[in-house]
Design a protein around this ligand. Structure first.
Ligand SMILES: N[C@@H](CCC(=O)N[C@@H](CS)C(=O)NCC(=O)O)C(=O)O
Length: 215
């Protein structure tokens, strides 16, 4: 059976959300973060050699990495739903935003997190350039959402599912004022109204106040 191992307030909320959108059968196991380190607890680390969330298990399969897990679940249980096929004009857009989420947006958020933790970029021009990438990313996202309703185009896809974490839950760890991004705000409102998203977040992190993350 498909088991989603969810670490509290983490990227694995994407996987719970995907399962709820697809309305497939799965079992959810929740793990709390280690109270001292705020990282994953030992039981979570034991699931997979890399030890980060998300992880799913499915029979003998133990899989990590959000993108791989999303593709696995959609391919195996979702009949290809929420993807864009190669013959569609927005196939490249789908691929771009699906991969932008972790390869660029999450990467630049992690740079910001590390730099903030070290007290800021100072006057190091290389670090400043790297830190500017998050602003570039948010500008690009707002521009994209001024042209289309969802990242891949007119329809909701897995690109929206993988993109959402760095735009919402990540802001628990890395504050960002998004008031200047009206199209992103409208997108977050649309997503916040989805019953499957509401269900998923209640299951994944029942104590998390979503309102400030969707505004
Ligand atoms: N690229 C990975 C990133 C995984 C990752 O960094 N997960 C964080 C949660 S947001 C984590 O597990 N943190 C706790 C830890 O490292 O112990 C993915 O998308 O699966």
């Amino acid at each position: 059976m498909l088991i989603v191992h969810h670490l509290g307030i983490s990227q694995s909320d994407r996987i719970v959300w995907l399962c709820e959108e697809l309305a497939i059968q799965y079992k959810l196991i929740r793990y709390s973060r280690d109270p001292e380190t705020n990282f994953a607890p030992k039981e979570y680390k034991a699931l997979h050699p890399f030890g980060t969330a998300p992880v799913i298990t499915d029979g003998d399969v133990v899989l990590g990495e959000s993108g791989a897990i999303i593709e696995y679940i959609i391919g195996k249980y979702g009949n290809g739903r929420f993807t864009v096929s190669v013959d569609k004009p927005n196939f490249a857009d789908y691929l771009y935003w699906f991969h932008f989420a972790n390869a660029t947006l999450m990467a630049s958020s992690m740079v910001d997190l590390a730099v903030n933790g070290l007290g800021g970029a100072g006057d190091n021009p290389h670090i400043r350039t790297l830190c500017a990438r998050s602003d570039l990313a948010f500008d690009l996202i707002d521009k994209r959402l001024s042209d289309v309703k969802y990242f891949a185009g007119d329809e909701f896809t897995a690109a929206d599912i993988i993109m959402l974490f760095p735009l919402t839950t990540m802001r628990v760890f890395l504050k960002r004022d998004i008031a200047g991004y009206p199209h992103l705000l409208a997108f977050l409102q649309r997503i916040g109204e989805r019953p499957a998203y509401q269900r998923a977040m209640k299951l994944a992190d029942p104590d998390l106040d979503l309102a400030p993350l969707l505004h």
